[in-house]
Design a binder for this molecule. Structure first.
Ligand SMILES: Nc1nc2c(c(=O)[nH]1)N[C@H]1C(S)=C(S)[C@@H](COP(=O)(O)OP(=O)(O)OC[C@H]3O[C@@H](n4cnc5c(=O)[nH]c(N)nc54)[C@H](O)[C@@H]3O)O[C@H]1N2
Ligand SMILES: Nc1nc2c(c(=O)[nH]1)N[C@H]1C(S)=C(S)[C@@H](COP(=O)(O)OP(=O)(O)OC[C@H]3O[C@@H](n4cnc5c(=O)[nH]c(N)nc54)[C@H](O)[C@@H]3O)O[C@H]1N2
Ligand code: SF4
Ligand SMILES: [Mo]
Length: 697
């Protein structure tokens, strides 16, 4: 433990707040402010502030566990690793390599995500790898690729937000999901800019808005088309920009013109005057931004929905211009980098496509294998989990807790239980780890070095501040040991910097080019924005400065133009009916993180958010005869969950909301619908039909 403070970043969300770690009590660490990091300037939310509690938690795993006679028992590392190698080998011999599955996470560092993708493809030889990021921002990623030819969460740094004229925040509850980032919206308003928030609930974020539109869940696509209709009808398009920088306008325009404001009002519940007010606020200033998060994205039409919002920025000449444009607020700590370096089913490092022969050749050369030996694309996350026990017999899981977080979770739990063999690497015995045949205890953020890429595309260095407890090893060490047992002695370094050096070479020339980035630069420069290629030998610059702002000269498409997508509204996969008359939507609360595996171990956070609840409007409560705190049964076609009523006028009367952070009786995902977006394969977490009743009545 060094005496001075170690600068590093929070283990949780995509803001990746900077923090300093100093020696704390009992050999642990204490979090202190790090004002020099520009993104959060020292501010942290309660989760970041209390993150050291998970390092020293009494329920932290410090020894491998192996299932014997049905019970998980402590075991040596040698025995546990041998069991995993045996389990995977047996599956491969009996059923072929594609019967081995790998599931990763957007919280894993770039080095781990890279190594996991490589492990799946060259050690196991399987195509069956995907990760929880598919549940996160995959629809925005798909829409960004279609429109701009490149997917990076925000194409500009957060510091640009206060300088624009209007921000439309679609389905983001930033005040709870990235509290220190709320500052950018407050500064925007202080500068005279306007904030429009689109959310079926009047959230803490919506309370900050100049205009809050509360559509029915699942109708953002119609809303965006209605706004475009008004923009065209009022002659507010930027024809010169459309001519010079875009393609496909005529089809997109025609599709929007079929969405009359009165028709859109009927679908969304947002009135025509509200639509006109939003258009006025958005079009009046010279610059404006649209930012989406999970609200419009986690829908079975999420890709088209984000496409419709991007169309708005193109029709008004805002994308690829300073202080303007479209961005997606990614979610997990490494939600951005985790989708660039190969743990995704269709992808190779550097955001390369697995089906591209040139990409295969380049990466195979870095890996020292024959390009033809690389498998093709595999299944998406939900489809992979759904195939467990049938096509996929063994699973290696790192960085996710699908028993709590996957849609239709009771079914997924059954699929996991039907596996021949499950190995989980985690820091605690998560609900999914509790079902494993082998559990490996791994190091946490403050005990290991690695890089993450935040929502701005800024690559950051997390530095080790303390030594891990005895008995714990890093994910990289696990992959190294397993690879050796499965016959691959080389190519799985345990030193994160060595892995990063290889990642640099693998990403070189790809869309997400990290080749000009080094650990040293990251430590000295407070992060570097990708793409950051290596300058050519004859260049005057020794290093590339990185790319904070994208698309200012041209988009990343072949002709340099942004592409409009012609989209039309369609209904959610499941609409309310007589039997299931209410809409359920799901999301987060400020004090818990994701499946809660980490934050449910922290007393202060549990005190703030002790358990699940069902948020509902007083009118619906009255109809049900429910009082505050009454246990409510919420029933969908997939199952039944029970949680106490929380009555508030902040939600639409036709909708109930549940956070998804808890397992057991109140698990929101028992109810959710796994209907998938056809392009991104994102499940419809944000809307399904339910029946609500007072439990026991
Ligand atoms: N405290 C906390 N912070 C987190 C996380 C966490 O678990 N806890 N997770 C991190 C991760 S991985 C992510 S992805 C981000 C997510 O960050 P957000 O996207 O901000 O979080 P959510 O609560 O899932 O959804 C945001 C809002 O969408 C609204 N919504 C629901 N249905 C619809 C709809 O149909 N349309 C629209 N427009 N809005 C709708 C919800 O009411 C909710 O207020 O947060 C990150 N930060
Ligand atoms: N109903 C509903 N469901 C949702 C959502 C929603 O809005 N509504 N949102 C979805 C979204 S956006 C997301 S991102 C997912 C997230 O849901 P999950 O994928 O379940 O994410 P986490 O709870 O963060 O799980 C991470 C697990 O990995 C462990 N872990 C943390 N760091 C490491 C590490 O470095 N190595 C290893 N080996 N393990 C580690 C943690 O202890 C934890 O058990 O949930 C999705 N599910
Ligand atoms: S906002 Fe996100 S990154 Fe910042 S302290 Fe909270 S959880 Fe950590
Ligand atoms: Mo996420």
């Amino acid at each position: 433990m060094p005496n001075s403070a170690t600068p590093t970043h929070c283990p949780y969300c995509a803001l990746q707040c900077g923090m300093n770690l100093t020696p704390g009590s009992a050999g642990g660490v204490a979090v202190v402010e790090r004002p020099d990091f520009p993104v959060n300037r020292g501010a942290l939310c309660g989760k970041g502030r209390t993150a050291p509690a998970v390092l020293s938690s009494s329920v932290r795993l410090t020894t491998p566990l192996v299932r014997k006679a049905g019970v998980l028992e402590p075991a040596s590392w040698g025995e546990a690793l041998d069991r995993i190698a045996e389990g995977l080998t047996r599956t491969r011999t009996e059923h072929g390599p594609d019967a081995c599955g790998v599931f990763g996470g957007g919280g894993l560092t770039n080095e781990k995500a890279y190594a996991l993708g490589k492990f799946a493809r060259i050690v196991l030889g399987t195509s069956q790898i995907d990760y929880n990021g598919r549940f996160c921002m995959s629809s925005a990623a798909a829409a960004g690729m279609k429109a701009f030819g490149l997917d990076r969460g925000l194409p500009f740094p957060l510091e640009d937000i206060p300088k624009t004229g209007c921000v439309v925040l679609v389905g983001s509850n930033l005040a709870e999901t990235m509290p220190p980032a709320l500052r950018y919206l407050t500064e925007l308003k202080d500068n005279g800019g306007k904030l429009i928030v689109i959310d079926p609930r009047r959230t803490r974020t919506a309370e900050q808005a100049d205009l809050h539109l509360a559509p029915r869940p699942g109708t953002d696509l119609a809303l965006a088309l209605g706004l475009l209709h008004v923009i065209v009808a009022e002659g507010r398009t930027d024809e010169e920009y459309i001519r010079e920088r875009t393609s496909g306008w005529e089809e997109a325009r025609a599709a929007a013109m079929a969405h009359w404001p009165e028709y859109v009002e009927r679908i969304t519940g947002v009135s025509v005057p509200e639509l006109r007010a939003a258009v006025q606020m958005f079009c009046e200033p010279e610059n404006a931004m649209v930012l989406t998060a999970r609200g419009p994205e986690q829908q079975s039409k999420g890709t088209d929905t984000v496409g419709a919002w991007i169309n708005l920025t193109l029709a008004t000449g805002r994308a690829g211009r300073p202080l303007s444009g479209y961005g997606c607020l990614t979610g997990q700590g490494n939600g951005q980098g985790g989708r660039e370096h190969g743990q995704k089913a269709d992808q190779l490092p550097g955001y390369r496509k697995l089906v591209d022969p040139e990409a295969r050749r380049h990466v195979a050369e870095v890996w020292g294998v024959d390009p033809d030996s690389l498998p093709g694309p595999g299944r998406s996350a939900y489809e992979l989990l759904d195939a467990l026990g049938t096509d996929i017999k063994s699973l290696l899981l790192m960085g996710s807790n699908p028993v709590v977080s996957a849609p239709r979770a009771a079914h997924i739990e059954d699929r996991i239980k039907s596996l021949d063999f499950l190995a989980v690497c985690d820091v605690v015995l998560s609900e999914t780890a509790a079902l494993a045949d082998v559990v490996l205890p791994v190091t946490q953020w403050a005990e290991e070095t690695g890089t993450t890429t935040n929502l701005e595309g800024r690559v950051l260095l997390r530095q080790r501040a303390i030594t891990a407890p005895e008995g714990v090893r890093s994910d990289l060490e696990v992959m190294n040991e397993l690879a050796a047992r499965l016959g691959v002695e080389k190519g799985f370094a345990t030193d994160p910097e060595e892995v990063f050096e290889e990642l640099r070479r693998a990403s070189a020339g790809g869309p997400a080019d990290y080749s000009g980035i080094t650990y040293r630069r990251l430590a000295e420069e407070n992060g570097v924005f990708w793409p950051c290629p290596t300058p050519p030998a004859d260049s005057a610059d020794a290093v590339h400065a990185g790319t904070p702002r994208l698309f200012l000269d041209r988009f990343a498409t072949e002709d340099g133009r942004a592409r409009f997508v012609p989209v039309s509204h369609r209904a959610a996969a499941e609409e309310p009916d007589e039997e299931y008359p209410v809409l359920l939507t799901t999301g987060r609360v400020v004090a818990q993180y994701q499946s809660g595996a980490q934050t449910r171990r922290v007393d202060e956070l549990n005190a703030a958010a002790p358990g699940p609840f069902v948020e509902l409007h007083p009118r619906l409560a009255e109809r049900l005869g429910a009082a505050e705190g009454d246990p409510l049964a919420v029933v969908s076609r997939r199952g039944r969950a029970v949680a106490p009523a929380r009555i508030t006028t902040a939600i639409r009367p036709d909708t109930v909301f549940m956070p998804f952070h808890w397992p057991g009786e109140g698990r929101a995902n028992t109810l959710t619908n796994p209907a998938l977006d056809p392009t991104s394969r994102m499940p419809e977490f944000k809307t399904c039909a339910v029946r609500v009743e007072v439990a026991g009545k």
